[in-house]
Design a protein. Structure first.
Length: 281
């Protein structure tokens, strides 16, 4: 049995779900460890059911069989010995081809690479269903997307601003270069800016062809991802949230611009898809 630990926000949950689907495609028994979302200190909601996605939940006994009790010091020691080869924690975000061949393992990581679900990609696209937006919700943005050629721009601020690994990676220069690249390829596109701090993001752009998505009150996480996926082109941040917005974009002629660097550590990343345009940031 494979057990995949589900952690993080919507973008990361989708990567973990995609790996789950790949194991299903390979006829490997797979379960999801959802225990993190039962904790009172969990700051991210479990979002996948809102997109119509369901997983078989691992029992406590099944989790203990593969990785023991996280709170036990001795189980952590045992994981590093020959007797505990069934627990795998992702050390660095790079593609590990052997991962999908496992038959009996507890997987703790993000698995942010399209190659992890290359066989299940078609099924995944057909399974993900965004709920119909409530009446009055982002009608202006949706109408613009339907009538015009549009390019989404995702600016991740807020929780990224002081993040030692992810913060400050996508610079203002990156976004300007990305927008200029789109202009050379597409005539008369309208740029739609999404951000978790839209007022600050607004200061980065100017001109009549930029539009800013501002929500009145709290809205579900999937709303911005849905709107991004409906744009003609996408400029993404170093964020799995806008990565999925671009990946789910079904425009056959889409252009996706992504940052060359995803982390402040200086290490490379393999998260971008092969046909996306990477721009120095």
């Amino acid at each position: 049995m494979i057990i995949i630990r589900i952690i993080g926000g919507l973008g990361n949950q989708l990567f973990q779900y995609a790996l789950y689907k790949e194991f299903e495609y390979r006829n490997v028994e797979v379960r999801a460890d959802l225990s993190l979302y039962d904790r009172t200190d969990c700051i991210r909601p479990y979002c996948l059911p809102e997109l119509g996605l369901a997983m078989k939940k691992a029992s406590k006994a099944e989790i203990r069989r593969l990785c023991g009790d996280d709170s036990s010091f001795w189980n952590k020691v045992l994981r590093k010995t020959a007797g505990r080869k069934r627990y795998l924690k992702e050390k660095f975000p790079r593609f590990e081809p052997a991962l999908c061949d496992f038959k009996d393992k507890y997987l703790n990581g993000y698995w942010q690479n399209e190659n992890y679900f290359r066989h299940a990609a078609g099924a995944l696209r057909s399974e993900i269903h965004f709920p119909v937006l409530a009446e009055g919700m982002d009608e202006t943005a949706l109408e613009l997307i339907r009538k015009k050629n549009t390019t989404s721009i995702h600016v991740r601020l807020g929780d990224y601003e002081n993040h030692p690994t992810l913060g400050g990676v996508c610079t203002e220069e990156y976004y300007n270069r990305a927008a200029n690249y789109i202009r050379t390829c597409v005539k008369n596109t309208e740029f739609i800016v999404f951000s978790n701090d839209i007022d600050k993001a607004r200061q980065m752009f100017g001109g009549e062809h930029f539009h800013y998505v501002r929500h009145e009150g709290a809205v579900p996480d999937y709303v911005d991802m849905y709107l991004m996926s409906k744009c003609s082109q996408n400029i993404i941040a170093n964020s799995t949230f806008s990565w999925w917005g671009a990946w789910l974009n079904q425009n056959r002629n889409k252009i996706v611009v992504a940052p060359e660097k995803w982390l402040n550590t200086g290490e490379g990343s393999c998260i971008n898809c092969g046909d996306w345009i990477t721009i120095k940031n």
